[in-house]
Design a protein around this ligand. Structure first.
Ligand code: GAR
Length: 193
């Protein structure tokens, strides 16, 4: 058993979740955020990670699909767990096989509602608004070969008021993400060490 778990974050966007995760695990005795990986060369997550002294690596969609270069990198950094924090590419089977039950994702809705291919970020909140739902929330789940489909580890809910805009819904959901995601990751890693 390794004394320290080494976490890699995959992110394609602004990286606000990556940032709260990195801050949460600074000086943690058993868990280290060792690497941030992105397929988006202009993603905000790169600057956020660098400011917090976490190594960042960029890869192309093709390298990801091929997956061997990514696997090599993860081995080189002795990564034990992977978290998708706003990552939009489908995870190749070889990666899932190398990290069985060691990859989790966050989705900004109460899955199975508003999940699946093409459902990400604001699109989810716009769909929630359109449908007239009275509540929404977040889902943290294990990753398998299908979008938004693995075993659910955690959900949290918030109300959707009739007057809420998609932007307001997004803010409420993001607050839930920032509050719960680091804590759920910590509990998950410590239970799978
Ligand atoms: C988060 O809301 C996350 O739930 C969502 O992307 C956002 C990333 O925000 N993920 C998906 O929609 C995955 N299907 P961030 O870059 O500020 O962390």
């Amino acid at each position: 058993m390794k004394l320290t778990s080494r976490l890699a974050l995959f992110a394609s966007g602004s990286g606000s979740n990556a940032e709260v995760i990195i801050r949460h695990f600074k000086n943690h005795p058993q868990i280290e955020v060792a690497l941030v990986l992105t397929n988006n060369a202009t993603a905000g997550v790169i600057e956020r990670a660098q400011k917090l002294d976490v190594q960042t690596k960029f890869f192309t969609r093709e390298q990801f699909r091929e997956s061997e270069p990514i696997l090599q990198l993860l081995r080189e950094y002795e990564i034990t767990h992977i978290v998708l924090a706003g990552f939009l590419l489908q995870i190749p089977t070889s990666l899932i096989q190398e990290y069985p039950s060691r990859i989790i994702n966050i989705h900004p809705s109460l899955l199975p509602k508003f999940g699946g291919k093409g459902m990400y970020g604001m699109k989810v909140h716009e769909a929630v608004k359109q449908s007239g739902e009275t509540e929404t929330g977040i889902t943290i789940h294990e990753v398998n070969e299908h979008y938004d489909d693995g075993r659910v580890l955690f959900q949290a809910k918030c109300k959707v008021e009739a007057t809420d805009t998609p932007e307001q819904i997004a803010r409420n959901v993001q607050a839930l993400e920032h509050h719960h995601f680091p804590l759920v990751i910590e509990k998950w890693i410590l239970s799978t060490k």
